[in-house]
Design a protein around this ligand. Structure first.
Ligand SMILES: Nc1ncnc2c1ncn2[C@@H]1O[C@H](COP(=O)(O)OP(=O)(O)OP(=O)(O)O)[C@@H](O)[C@H]1O
Ligand SMILES: [Mg+2]
Length: 481
C-alpha cells in the first residue's frame, strides 16, 4: 500500500499590505506597485502555495514579458523552495519545477501569446504586466476560464496607454470577481523592505530634474501620460519618416555584440539577443541605414568596413570591442573613434540622444530589422527611468535589447553638430522634456550657446558590468543539492 506523506509548510512572511494584495480572495487581482516593493517575491510565495495545495498533474504558470525575466523568476523560485528542494525537481531547459505533490510551476514568457493557451492551468501570475502584450492577457484569461483558476496581475505603472492600466481601473471600479491593490514605496519603507533614505534621495533627484511626476509613477504607482519614457513617446513618433534617406551617409554608430544587451540564448532555438547594430546618417540627421546582425568576429569587422567606409564613426570599444576598434583604426582608410561604455558615458550618450530626439534632429523610418524582430522605435519606446545610487539612468527592462538605440546614439554623437557632444544636459533636458513641437526651442539655443564641445571618453568610472546569463544544455533532471 502506498504511504501517504504530509508536507508541512509555512507561508512566506509577507508584510501586511503585500499579503493583503497578493492573497486577496478575488479570482482576478490587479496590483499596481512601486518598484522594488516586493511584487515578485510575494507573488512567487503565492504561486508556490497554490501549487502545493493543488493536485498531481495540475499546472501553475508564471508569465514574465521576456524569457530572461522568466528565467530569473525560475531561479528565484527554486531558491525560495530551499526547505523543500530535496523533494522537488526542476527542469532547467524548459523552466519548470515539479513540486513534491506532482504539480508543476512553469515559467513562461509573454512574447508569444499563442504559447499561452493551455488546458489545465490552475493559477497564474503575470509579472511586469505593464510591459506585457495585451494578447498575453487574452490568452491567460481564456486559459483560466475552464479551471476558474485565480490570477495575480502585478506590475509597475507605465502610463495609461496599456491594458494593465485599463484592467486595473476596471478592477478598482469594483467589478465582481476582481480586486485592485496599490503598494507604494512608503508602504515598503514602513515594512522595512525599502530604505527611507533611498526613496527620499530618489525623490530629491527627480525633483531636481524637474521630473517629480516620474518619481510619483515609479514609487507611488500613480499613472501619468507619457512620463515613463525618457525620450518622450511623442518625440519618438515625431522623428519617424517614410523611408531611409537616399543621400550619402556622413556619420556612423556601431554597437558591437557582447556589451549592453543581456546575452540571452532561448531554450530550443539558438537565438541570442545580442547583436551588432549599425546606424548610418546623412548630413541632415536622416538615417540612411540601420540594421543589426550576428556574425563571427572577422565577418563583423568586414561588414563594418563595407558599410561605414569613410564615414566618421563611433564604434563601441567596450571590452573586446577595443580590439576591433584598433584593427579598424590600423587600416588607415577609416575615421573610427572608439566609445567605451561606462555607467556614466552610457548615460551621457543617451541624454544626448534624448536631446536630439526632442529637438527632432534625427529621422528614420519605422521599419523592422532584417531578422524581422527588432525595431528602433520599439527599443526607444521601451526605455524607462531607473534610479541608482549614482543617480537617474535610462534603461530598457532587463532582457530587452537596446542595440539599435545605442547605434543611433553613437551616430548622433559622431555627427558634426558639435552641440550634441553632451556631458551634463539634464538641466536642458528638464526644459525640453515636455516636447514643445518645434525643433528649435529656446532651451536648445541656450544649450548651443552655453556649451563648448566636450569629449566624454576620459571616463574613470568602472566599465559597465556585463550581465551574462548562464546557458544550460542540461535537459536532464537536476536534483537539489
Ligand atoms: N516581505 C518581505 N520581507 C523581506 N524582504 C522582502 C519582502 N518582500 C520583498 N522583499 C525584498 O525586497 C526586494 C525586492 O523584492 P522584489 O524583487 O520582489 O520586488 P519587485 O517589486 O518585484 O521589484 P521590481 O520593481 O524590480 O520588479 C528583494 O530583495 C526581496 O527579497
Ligand atoms: Mg519584480
Amino acid at each position: 500500500m502506498a504511504t501517504q506523506r504530509t508536507i508541512r509548510f509555512e507561508g512566506a512572511t509577507l508584510y501586511p499590505k503585500q499579503r493583503a494584495a497578493i492573497y486577496d480572495d478575488a479570482r482576478i487581482c490587479c496590483i499596481e506597485s512601486s518598484t522594488k516593493a516586493g511584487k515578485t517575491v510575494g507573488a512567487l510565495a503565492w504561486i508556490i502555495e497554490q501549487g502545493l495545495r493543488g493536485k498531481a498533474g495540475q499546472n501553475y504558470w508564471w508569465i514574465a514579458p521576456v524569457y530572461t525575466q522568466s528565467e530569473i523568476a525560475f531561479r528565484r523560485c527554486w531558491n525560495m523552495l530551499e526547505p523543500l528542494k530535496a523533494m522537488c525537481k526542476r527542469n532547467q531547459s524548459a523552466f519548470f519545477i515539479l513540486l513534491p505533490n506532482q504539480t508543476r510551476i512553469m515559467f513562461k514568457s509573454g512574447e508569444r501569446p499563442d504559447d499561452l493557451y493551455g488546458e489545465d492551468v490552475f493559477a497564474c501570475v503575470m509579472d511586469e504586466a505593464s510591459r506585457m502584450r495585451e494578447e498575453s492577457w487574452h490568452a491567460i484569461r481564456s486559459t483560466l476560464t475552464a479551471t476558474r483558476g485565480p490570477v495575480r496581475i502585478i506590475g509597475n505603472v507605465r502610463g495609461r496607454k496599456n491594458w494593465f492600466y485599463r484592467l486595473s481601473r476596471l478592477a478598482e471600479s469594483g467589478v465582481d470577481g476582481m480586486a485592485f491593490h496599490r503598494i507604494t514605496a512608503w508602504d515598503a519603507v514602513e515594512a522595512g523592505v525599502l530604505a527611507r533614505e533611498e526613496i527620499e534621495n530618489a525623490k530629491r533627484d527627480f525633483v531636481r530634474l524637474g521630473q517629480e511626476d516620474v518619481f510619483r509613477q515609479l514609487y507611488m504607482a500613480e499613472a501619468l501620460d507619457d512620463a515613463s519614457n525618457p525620450f518622450g513617446l511623442k518625440a519618438i513618433e515625431a522623428c519617424l519618416v517614410d523611408s531611409y534617406s537616399p543621400d550619402n551617409p556622413i556619420a556612423a554608430g556601431v554597437d558591437l555584440a557582447g556589451r549592453g544587451a543581456v546575452n540571452v540564448v532561448r531554450t530550443g532555438d539558438a537565438e541570442s539577443r545580442d547583436w551588432t547594430a549599425l546606424c548610418l546618417m546623412d548630413r541632415n540627421g536622416n538615417v540612411t541605414y540601420l540594421d543589426r546582425f550576428r556574425k563571427p568576429h572577422r565577418e563583423t569587422q568586414n561588414e563594418i568596413v563595407r558599410r561605414v567606409g569613410r564615414c566618421q564613426a563611433y564604434v563601441d570599444s567596450t571590452g573586446t570591442g577595443d580590439a576591433i576598434v584598433e584593427d579598424l583604426q590600423r587600416r588607415g582608410d577609416m575615421r573610427v573613434l572608439g566609445y567605451t561604455f561606462t555607467d556614466r558615458s552610457r548615460q551621457d550618450l543617451l541624454e544626448g540622444l534624448a536631446l536630439a530626439l526632442q529637438s527632432q534632429m534625427v529621422h528614420w523610418p519605422d521599419f523592422t530589422t532584417t531578422d524581422g524582430k527588432g525595431s528602433l522605435r520599439d527599443e526607444l519606446e521601451s526605455f524607462e527611468y531607473n534610479y541608482t545610487p549614482r543617480g537617474v539612468r535610462y534603461n530598457v527592462p532587463e532582457g530587452q535589447s537596446d542595440d539599435l538605440a545605442m547605434a543611433l546614439a553613437l551616430a548622433v554623437k559622431r555627427m558634426p553638430w558639435k552641440r550634441l557632444t553632451v556631458t551634463k544636459p539634464m538641466n536642458i533636458l528638464q526644459q525640453t522634456s515636455r516636447w514643445d513641437g518645434t525643433g528649435d526651442s529656446e532651451a536648445w539655443r541656450k544649450y548651443q550657446e552655453g556649451r563648448k564641445p566636450t569629449v566624454s571618453e576620459r571616463e574613470q568610472d568602472k566599465p559597465l558590468a556585463m550581465p551574462t546569463l548562464t546557458r544550460t544544455q542540461d535537459t536532464r533532471w537536476s536534483q537539489a543539492g
